[in-house]
Every structure is written in C-alpha cells, then in structure tokens.
Design a protein around this ligand. Sequence first.
Ligand SMILES: [Zn+2]
Length: 230
Amino acid sequence: MKQSDDLKVFISTGDRDSACCECGEALGRGAWITLLEGKGALCLACADLDHLIFLPSGNTALTRRARKHSILSAVVLKWSRARKRYERQGLLVEEEAIKRAEAECLDDGEVRARRREREAERRAELDREYVERFALRVREFFPACPSGREKAIAEHACRKYSGRIGRSAAGKSLDEEAIRLAVTAHVRHAETRYDELLAKGYDRGEARERVEEEVLRVLAKWEGDHHSGA
Ligand SMILES: [Zn+2]
C-alpha cells in the first residue's frame, strides 16, 4: 500500500549547512525542501515539484478549491521557534488549479486583486527573450507538439533556472539535450499519470518507471518526422 498522506514541503530554517542530496545545490535558510526518508533534503526541482505554485494560507475557500482542482499538491510548513512546532504556510498547487479556483471565487474582491498581483509577479520573473528563443527550439525539435505547449515549456525552463546562480549558464543552454530534458519533464507532468502517482505516495523512481513508455510514445509523436532520417 502506498501512503496517501499529504506531500510536505519545508521552508528550511537553515540552522546547519545543507545541500540537495541529488544535485548538490546549497539549501540555506529559507530554502524550500522535501525530505527523503533516510537520505536527506531534496530541492524542489529534484523532487519534481517545481512546477507547482505557492498559494499562501488565508483564504479558506480559495485554498479548498485550488486543492480540489490540483492533482498534485503539497503542504508548505515552517518551524516556529516560538511555538516549537511546524506551522502551515500554505499550499503548493498546479497553476491551472489556482486559475480555476480564482475563477470560482471572482465575486471576492480580494481574490481578484491577488490574481492581478500574482500574474504580474509571474510575468516579471520571465526573461522574455530567452523564453522566445527556447520556445522556438522546442518547436524545431518537436514540430508536432500541440500548439502553445512550447511556450509553457519555455516559461517553466526559464523560471527553473532564473533563481539559480552558477547553474544558470548551463541551464540556459539551448542545445538539443537541454530542450529534450525540458520537454520530457513537461510530458511526464502533463501527459501521463506521473503527478497522480506522486500524489499517491509513489517515489519518483517508481513513478517514472511506470510512465516511461507513455513518455517515449508522446515524445515520438511530437517529434513527427524530425528524426525519421528521411
Ligand atoms: Zn536538487
């Protein structure tokens, strides 16, 4: 049996130097991490949760709806020194789920204001020129990819590397391998049951194995004739 407890993400209090046990990225105070039993901390990118968006606690109706619409979600917790316990800061949910929840709460003026704020923040994070070039490369290698997806993939890749000093040069590479990795990650989340499996408590290795065939099938379809060697 898989445990179906909520996935938990912790905001590190940074009492000791730690690093992601997979990619080695430094995880200081304020870093968002998941904990692997018996191993240590994982950054959100390695945990495959970095496509989720933070919805702070506060609006119960919005939170409840966003959670309902999100296949994969995680509770964000932070240690309170004063109260000596973990306190809930909010939820990580899919962007689509937040949008749907907001649309259902539009009679709430505060929700409308927050939505404008969130959208402005999301736009400000993006390096437009990079997104544009990345999207063109996606279209080049995967000419049969559904319309508009190249932009979603490019925006995610851009966000993923924007906050990562020292890795940004490699991350911003537009070579075929980098593009393929980004598209593969997108397909896994968007075209297979991968997120559903993670939400059910499968570990990533197991979940990836289960969807691998499906991922390869979608990639081949999106490639169209590009690699047919004609
Ligand atoms: Zn990592």
